[in-house]
Design a protein around this ligand. Structure first.
Ligand code: ZN
Length: 322
């Protein structure tokens, strides 16, 4: 039961710690963000992002009387590819966000939403699926993602279309490709959604503006993160849409994977030196990686660090046996 609750917490809403101490230590990040209603922005002709809302709410929505947990949250970024025959969406935030997502899309096109592809199963990306299905939108999911999603009863609906490795969707003369990201990294069902004519890719939470979250409850892997991001870099893109935060370029992605590699090396070194798991965090150097004060840091320290330590300990033990 505890594992499934942690999985639900997963990567929900990653921005940054908004407490005053964090604000003093990370002023440049704080200056770029703050509470804000949902908004739409153009990435390239025919491709839009819907971000927000950003607010100091609760991780899974506030119950009556709750006011928030001191962290600014933002559900997963939605991408909307507009074609002459309809709109293709990536991700759908939480159920209560669907009417506003659709209203924002109507502000840029008269075309109806026809397809929705999920980047991974976490509820801040799939929670709105059921509301989209009720409106006649066709849902497409990678098979491992679908299995996790169905097992955890997320989203309020079931996809009619699943795929294993890759899927191409053709609508209105536009192609949208979905690739299962292998090996498992953020989750086991991570999917890149690629817009080849625009050289743009939605990467889900494989890369975010914040510390990586490794969902060990769903087969996540820090080593897998590195391999999967190098696979991503084989695609021909100049803009990457992260699951949380503003768009990135190729160099941003390269720097991100190098930081993950550095952190993995530090964790392995700490394991080799016999540093116990409850004292390992300072060994990771989160400050110089720029990840000491992101909201996903809180999630990492709460949910991921033991799984991460165990993954690296397994690698170190295998090295010793050689
Ligand atoms: Zn996620």
């Amino acid at each position: 039961m505890k594992a499934s609750r942690l999985a639900l917490i997963a990567c929900v809403s990653l921005l940054l710690v908004s407490g005053s101490a964090a604000a003093q230590q990370a002023p440049s990040i704080v200056a770029q963000t703050g509470p804000r209603p949902m908004w739409i922005e153009k990435v390239k002709d025919g491709l839009y992002l819907i971000r927000g809302p950003i607010d100091a709410g609760c991780m899974m929505g506030c119950k009556p009387g709750q006011t928030g947990d001191g962290v600014l949250h933002e559900p997963g970024t939605v991408a909307a590819r507009v074609t002459p025959e309809g709109v293709i969406l990536v991700d759908a935030k939480f159920p209560q966000h669907v009417p506003e997502i659709l209203a924002l899309i109507r502000s840029v096109t008269d075309q109806p939403v026809k397809y929705l592809i999920n980047s991974h199963y976490h509820p801040d990306h799939t929670g709105g699926d059921g509301e989209m299905l009720k409106r006649g939108v066709e849902l497409i999911q990678q098979r491992d993602l679908w299995t996790s999603y169905e097992a955890k009863k997320l989203g309020g609906g079931t996809a009619h279309i699943t795929f294993d490795d890759a899927f191409a969707l053709h609508l209105g003369g536009v192609e949208v490709d979905a690739y299962h990201s292998l090996p498992a990294s953020h989750t086991r069902g991570d999917t890149f959604i690629y817009f080849p004519d625009l050289k743009t890719v939605h990467v889900g939470d494989l890369v975010i503006r914040g510390m990586p979250h490794i969902d060990y409850t769903d087969g996540g892997s820090a080593v897998g993160f590195v391999t999967a991001i190098y696979q991503l870099l084989k695609l021909d893109f100049d803009v990457a849409i992260p699951g949380h935060g503003q768009p990135m370029n190729r160099e941003d992605i390269r720097q991100y994977v190098q930081k993950v590699e550095t952190m993995n090396t530090r964790m392995k070194d700490a394991v080799r030196r016999g540093v116990p798991v409850d004292r390992v965090v300072p060994e990771l150097g989160l400050e110089d990686l720029g990840w000491a004060h992101t909201a996903s840091t809180t999630n990492f320290l709460t949910n991921d660090v033991r799984g991460y330590y165990a993954e690296m300990a397994t690698i170190v033990a295998a090295e010793k046996r050689r």
